[in-house]
Structures are given as C-alpha cells and as structure tokens.
Design a protein around this ligand. Structure first.
Ligand code: CP
Ligand code: NVA
Length: 309
C-alpha cells in the first residue's frame, strides 16, 4: 500500500522512509534520463526573507524544466514585510499559485503559512530546519554508496538547521550519524529525541558529542556548515573563537575513513569551518550535493503537486 504524500514539507516528519527512497529513485531517474513536462502550467511562489543562490535557482530552474514556472517573491517587497498577517498571505497566494516555497527565520512562520495555505508549502530553510538540503545530501550518499547500511556521516559545527535536518533524514534512511558541536551549540534536544525515536525503527544510529576527533573516527562522510548562519552575522567574530577546534582540516580528516568524502551545504567560508585543501581537494563532493538539490526538488515538486489526493 503506497502512502500518499503529505501536503507540505516543513521538517522531514512529513515523509515516510519509503517515500524518501522513492524520491531518491525519482530524482536519480530524472538526473539520468531528463524530465517530462509533468508540471505544465503549474506555478511555484517562492518567498525569500534571506539570501539564496542554490535554493532559489534550483527551484526556479526545476519548475521550468518540469514545464511550469516560478515567481521570486522578496519577503520585504510583499505586504507581509509591512505587517500583513501570514494567514492572509497564505489564503491569497493559495488562489494564485499551485505551491509555495519559503525561506525565512522563524520555523513557526512556515508552520502558520502551511496551516492556512490550501496548497503545498515547502520549507526552503528556517533557523531550525533545511529539509531540501538533507534530502539532496541523502540522495548524494545513496548515489555513491548504493546503501545507507553501515555508512557513517559525521557532522561538525553548529547544531542548527542543517544539522537538525541531517539528523532527521539520517534517522529515516537508517544512516549512522554523529554530530560534533562546541559546548552550548548542540542540536535541539527535542529533535535529537525525535531522531532517536525514528532510529529505533530504521536501525539508524544517532550520536551527539563535543569531541570532533572521536566523532570523525572511521567516518565515510564528513559534513560541515558555516559557523555563523544567516541572521547571526553580528556573532561572526565571537563564533570564530568558539568553533576554532571544529575546523575540518587535514589533521582532523586523518581520523576518518581513508576514502572519506567531504560534504558542505554551501556557501562555505574557506579557512574557517573548512580548509581550502579539503573543500577544493579530491575528497570533496560539495558540487555534487549542490547539483542534487535540483534533481531531488524536482522529484519532490512532482510528488507534492501530482501524487496527492
Ligand atoms: N545550501 C543552500 O541552501 O544554499 P543557498 O543558501 O544558496 O540557497
Ligand atoms: N546554516 C546555514 C545554512 C545555509 C544554507 C544558514 O542558516 O545560514
């Protein structure tokens, strides 16, 4: 019995493990064989309250490749930016477009948008989640390893949005994931508990530590993200101190599997969270991840726009 897709993608809780695998296979097929105009005439509205290169361009290009189109809506240019309620915005946009993608600060804002929109809402990053990124990352690992069984991913850095989504995605697919963060920057306890709860069913292993060296031991994939996320620009200098020991560099990767892969959601700050030698080195797969954003989001758009009741 195939489950229908939930209306929205806000965290990753909306997808079953089977649906995640289905999306990987759809995306890999699209990547290999190209796509048909399955979203002919469909319009995606894209609200951005933060900057973006990958999310913006991959969603827009993806819609066009599927025969539809996309509207870039800068949050501060919308009446939303002048205080129009998100509930009203949700209802109005639902009568113009077929789906909404939103990138913003507060996760609650996206939940409210989804609650009041009658159309699918896709989270393109909040302070707490980045589900599309984690889907692309799992697809990338799956393409390389052909399985998640016995595969270890170590995330090093801040326990925020990207880390949270990796935890939930890893839990769903049955990956072994270790997060190493500085003290006080651990992922949300609630999300860790949720991930551990899912892991019981899937065989995933979820570990949280403050020790980066122990964390990368034998890792097949090492993942890093910026130390100061969008909205934390003022903390940039202070964070350089706190995260100092969490740089992915030659000394750290020496503890990983000899054929490890380096991952990063991008944009990256070279010589901060990762050295140039690593991100531009032969183990890096960061551009494969970036490309896979396009493919997995096309699969997701097709699923949410055509495979619901
Ligand atoms: N990784 C990612 O979401 O990139 P953008 O901020 O460029 O969209
Ligand atoms: N953690 C980063 C991810 C960017 C894709 C941020 O929120 O800025």
């Amino acid at each position: 019995q195939k489950a229908v897709y939930a209306k929205d993608l806000l965290t990753l809780h909306e997808l079953t493990s089977e649906q995640m695998y289905e999306l990987f296979h759809m995306a890999m097929d699209m990547k290999q064989y190209g796509t048909k105009n399955v979203l002919q005439g469909k319009i995606l509205g894209m609200i951005f309250d933060k900057a973006s290169t990958r999310t913006r361009v991959s969603f827009e290009a993806g819609m066009i490749q599927l025969g539809g189109s996309a509207l870039y809506l800068n949050g501060s240019d919308l009446q939303l930016g002048r205080g129009e309620p998100i509930e009203d915005t949700a209802k109005v946009l639902s009568s113009y477009v077929d789906a909404i993608m939103i990138r913003t600060f507060s996760h609650e804002k996206v939940e409210l948008l989804a609650k009041y929109a009658s159309i699918p809402v896709i989270n393109g990053l909040t302070d707490d989640h980045h589900p599309c990124q984690a889907l692309a990352d799992m697809m990338t690992i799956y393409e390389i390893m052909d399985t998640f069984n016995g595969v270890k991913l170590t995330y090093i850095g801040d326990g925020n949005n990207v880390c949270h989504s990796l935890l939930l995605a890893a839990a769903k697919v049955g990956l072994h994931v270790v997060c190493a963060t500085p003290l006080g920057h651990e992922p949300s306890e609630q999300i860790v508990e949720e991930a551990k709860g899912i892991a019981v069913q899937t065989g995933a292993v979820i570990e949280i530590t403050n020790d980066p060296i122990e964390a990368v031991h034998g890792a097949h994939f090492i993942y890093s993200d910026v130390w100061a996320s969008m909205g934390q620009e003022k903390e940039q200098e202070a964070r350089k101190e706190v995260f100092q020991g969490y740089q992915v560099n030659d000394a750290l990767v020496a503890h990983a599997h000899p054929n490890y892969y380096f991952m990063h959601c991008l944009p990256a700050h070279r010589e901060e969270e990762v050295t140039t030698s690593i991100i531009d080195g032969e183990h890096s797969i960061v551009f494969m991840q970036a490309e896979n954003r396009l493919h997995i989001q096309k699969a997701l758009l097709k699923a949410l726009l055509t495979e619901q009741e």
